[in-house]
Write a protein that binds this ligand. Sequence first.
Ligand code: SAM
Length: 278
Amino acid sequence: MPAPAAAIEAPKLRRENLLDGIVGNEHISTAQRSSYDDVAVMYHQLWADWYLPAAMPALERLFFSQVKPGARVLDLCCGSGHVTKELVRRGYRVTGVDNSAALIELAARELPDADLRVSDARELPFDGEFEAALSTFDSLNHILELDGLRRAIAGAFRALRCGGLFVFDMNLEEAYTADLHQWSVDLRENSAGLVRGHFDMVTKRASTELVWFVRESGTDCWRRKRSTVEQQCYPLGAILSALEDAGFRQIESIPAYEAGVKSELGFGRMYFRARRLC
Ligand SMILES: C[S@@+](CC[C@H](N)C(=O)[O-])C[C@H]1O[C@@H](n2cnc3c(N)ncnc32)[C@H](O)[C@@H]1O
């Protein structure tokens, strides 16, 4: 996220059955709740599919071509597993980490054999286990304080073996300048999704408001789910410093358009690639 308007026009609803059974995530305790939990299915069905096809040229060039099949890969903030699934398909041994229990639950339905964990990116427990780490779809913008972002990047560094590659993308300020104030609406037979965004130019905090109505299976009763997902916009220099201070070297920042992302997804997005050399 963000760019909800574009995202919401594109999706193909492939997993309609997921509307049943998982619309209530009340079993997740309040202390552990993520802003994605209540809208996990909406995210999974309406948004997540948008990223991978558009980002593929960049991922091919920056990541897949550099990491051999069979390598152990950390998918940091893996969400409902759209990119995780592609990593598994390509023969990587993947561990996916995300702090939304509902999204991990959706990922586990599709990847029952994968190592998927509910965990905060700022508290990564790994030590030299991975040949590569990937964090896609501006996931690290969801960490709202610079200290947290720095801890996540340092955790990714610790998780890598010597020579390990870290690739991720983040939104820079340009990405938040699109006018997202109007509700964009996605109407379907059994669901209606509404999304709008806001960016505070002073605090550099972006928020995406999501409302989702879902018809209960076999009835005319509609349930409403809503959530606000926040992101923080960081200056390029702060991200590069966090990488360098964590110990990463061969640090590159590549605008998404230059990396081959031609659609709106590329607008204001920056890919980062760095190595742990030890
Ligand atoms: C836009 S989604 C991207 C998901 C996935 N990488 C993809 O490409 O489909 C952002 C993800 O970051 C996760 N996230 C946000 N803050 C997090 C944190 N502190 N620790 C772990 N995951 C986090 C959210 O739960 C969500 O799954």
